[in-house]
Design a protein around this ligand. Structure first.
Ligand code: FMN
Length: 175
């Protein structure tokens, strides 16, 4: 798949086949794609914790509540993206320029992960509705859990949806 095909095929998967595990070689390719993601000052201020089995179930449970994210429990793998301290130069830049580079970097690595997963025929959903305290405890994290990415094979009823997006003339300005 070229990039446009990946972008068109990636969607938030909210129905997984719980009987189908993610092959290790596919998971490794997804993690290698994450390793290649750019970040401010090349600092990579995040950690990816791969959760399977009981840990995956516990993380999924920490992303549910108020009717949200019930589907997460079906996904065999949960990738927890936690924030790490800045490298010195990025910390200085963030302070001087009042810019939250870490959130940007986490967004980019998440985009790489979800794109490579789509290229591998896997489904993902990015979850921002999460209980940071519980996830830190499950994963033994010192720093905040910022996103969880559910990963697994989509179930048969998870068909490709038409994307709903802003029109380009609303999204883009030319000066
Ligand atoms: C930062 C972030 C947080 C999100 N949190 C959730 C979430 O907690 N639960 C959920 O079902 N979808 C979540 N999503 C998925 C978005 O709703 C989804 O990407 C958007 O509606 C576009 O749909 P698509 O991914 O199918 O193209 C999140 C996406 C992002 C980027």
């Amino acid at each position: 798949m070229n990039f446009m095909e990946i972008a068109e095929n990636r969607q938030s998967c909210r129905s997984y086949n719980p009987a189908k595990n993610v092959e290790d070689h596919k998971l490794q390719d997804i993690l290698k794609a994450a390793q290649l993601a750019p970040s401010a000052c090349n600092g990579q201020p995040y950690k990816i914790t791969v959760c399977k089995g009981d840990a995956a179930k516990a993380v999924a449970a920490a992303c549910t509540g108020m009717g949200m994210n019930k589907f997460a429990a079906q996904a065999p793998v949960q990738l927890v993206i936690s924030e790490m301290p800045y490298v010195k130069s990025a910390a200085l830049g963030a302070k001087l320029k009042k810019n939250d580079y870490r959130s940007i970097d986490i967004g980019i690595v998440t985009a790489y992960i979800t794109a490579e997963a789509a290229a591998q025929g896997l489904g993902t959903c990015i979850l921002g509705w999460l209980d940071d305290g519980k996830i830190r405890e499950i994963c033994g994290l010192e720093y905040p859990a910022r996103l969880v990415i559910t990963l697994g094979y989509p179930s048969e009823d998870d068909k490709l949806r038409t994307k709903k997006r802003k029109d380009l003339d609303e999204l883009v300005a030319y000066k």
